[in-house]
Every structure is written in C-alpha cells, then in structure tokens.
Design a protein around this ligand. Structure first.
Ligand SMILES: Nc1ncnc2c1ncn2[C@@H]1O[C@H](COP(=O)(O)OP(=O)(O)OP(=O)(O)O)[C@@H](O)[C@H]1O
Length: 250
C-alpha cells in the first residue's frame, strides 16, 4: 500500500560496473520509495557491495543513471549525497573518540549549522538508543552499541535514503534484534536499503526484496506478495542462485 503512494527517493536505471574484463554489475534497475525497507540479497560476490558503493557515490558506474530524491548523483554529487546516509560493512568509527565527539565531528562534516549541532547530536542519540552513552569512548562500547553509533552517523543529517551494508554481522541475537527494530523504525520514517546474508532478517525487516546473482537482478517483489503466495524465501533464493553452499552456511 505504502509503495503505491509514497514518493520515489532513489531511482537506478541500467547500472553497470566493470573491473577490467570482469562485469560485476550488469544492467540493474531499482526503485526505492519513502517508508520502505528494501532488502538486497545475493550470494558472496553477487555484486551487492559494488552496487551500494555506486549508489552512495563512492564508486563511479561504468554506465547508468542514479537519482536520489530526483537529483542526478553523477551530475550533482554533493546535492544528491546530502539526501543519503551510508553505513558500510566496516563502520567508519574513531574508536578513541567519545560518542558525542564523534557525532559532533560527523555533523560538522555534513555542514550542519554550528547552532544546530547539539540538537542534531541529541536527537540522533535518542533515536538510536544512545542517549546515555554520549561520554563513553567508542572503543569501550559493545559491538551492538558501536553499530548504533554507525547508524547514528548515517542518519545525523536526516537523509531520505539510508544504505546499510550487513549491519547485523557479528552481533549477538539480542543485539541483532535491537538493531532490526531500529532499522524498521528508520524504514517507517525514511527509506532504507539493507544488504544482508540473513534471509530471516529480510523476512522480519523488509517490505521489498531484490535478489542479485552474478551482477544481475534475478528477483524483485514485495514481501507481502511472497507471503500471499506462501513462497519460501530460502527455497526461492536457492533456486535462483543455485548456491547451496551459501544457504547451508546461513
Ligand atoms: N575493486 C575491485 N577490483 C576488482 N574486482 C572487484 C573489485 N571490487 C569487487 N570486485 C569483484 O566484484 C565481484 C563482486 O564483489 P562485491 O563485493 O560487490 O560482492 P558482494 O555481493 O558484496 O559479496 P559479499 O557478499 O561477499 O560481500 C567479486 O568477484 C569481487 O571480487
């Protein structure tokens, strides 16, 4: 329902990326709408990280078109990136800083007005369950709380599109559950692309799923439709990617 009426926040057309002779991303089309969590699934080496690096403006496409909130990422990278928040697989944290120092630094890098920095840091800490952690050194936080700081840095400038690359890797089950609740909340307010290897995570968090295999999108549908058809995501994934080793390891 939401997908029918919400504005498009990210539009990707005919995206390609080659590394030398290796075609890693081959003609991807993708659309993300406000209020949606989109799960990007694929076996190892499918091209997920390469795709996300292009969507966040960290890697130039060989070909294709990316618009963030209607702004062309290649023509106006600074304007487009202002609408985008990114948590890479390895969170870009300065462990020797306190949570407050780090988030203030990130706010400055996003050119948030000096007078608004404290309010922005307070608001994002509240949102990410870090309200009592401001004076802690990041190095002393648990991995789950460090991941919250990683998410906080991705959303401090109030972006429309949030891209999270395997945000629950290495977390214990309680931390995973908490981060998933947070992602769900972010998805309701913004729009999120979530890359993960955990199929149950997609089922519990995402509204829409895309499956990438050998650089091509081989599946694109809503979770509601999968449920309606009683499709088993694990079976579907296995059939589409023919990578049983991956399924067994998750
Ligand atoms: N800078 C690069 N130079 C050459 N090849 C690369 C480069 N970056 C990625 N690749 C190759 O592109 C393919 C896709 O990699 P990518 O990291 O995008 O996959 P992925 O789906 O994110 O995999 P994983 O789930 O293991 O993280 C792999 O074969 C990888 O070796």
């Amino acid at each position: 329902m939401i997908e029918q009426i919400s504005p498009v926040t990210l539009s990707v057309q005919n995206l390609y990326r080659h590394f030398g002779a290796l075609a890693v991303v081959q003609g991807i089309n993708l659309e993300l709408r406000r209020g949606t969590v989109l799960g990007l699934l694929g076996p190892n080496g499918a091209g997920k990280t390469t795709t996300m690096r292009m969507l966040t403006g960290n890697l130039a496409p060989s070909r294709g078109h990316i618009e963030i909130c209607g702004i062309d990422l290649l023509d106006k990278p600074r304007d487009a990136k202002a609408h985008m928040g990114y948590l890479p697989e390895k969170p870009p944290l300065y462990l020797e800083m306190t949570v407050n120092e780090y988030l203030q630094l990130i706010a400055r890098l996003h050119r948030i007005n000096n007078q608004k920095i404290h309010a922005a840091v307070d608001s994002v800490k509240q949102r990410c369950g870090l309200a009592d952690q401001g004076k802690r050194l990041i190095s002393t936080l648990s991995k789950g709380y460090q991941q919250r700081v990683g998410i906080a840095q991705a959303i401090i400038h109030d972006p429309d599109v949030i891209i999270l690359d395997e945000p629950t890797v290495g977390l214990d089950p309680n931390q995973m559950r908490e981060i998933r609740v947070l992602i769900r909340e972010l998805g309701a307010a913004y729009s999120v692309i979530l890359s993960t290897h955990i199929l149950s995570e997609v089922e519990s968090v995402c509204d829409h799923v895309y499956i990438l295999h050998q650089g091509r999108l081989v599946f694109d549908n809503t979770l509601a439709e999968l449920k309606r058809k009683e499709t088993n995501l694990e079976m579907l994934f296995s059939q589409l990617t023919l990578d049983n080793e991956y399924i067994e390891s998750t």
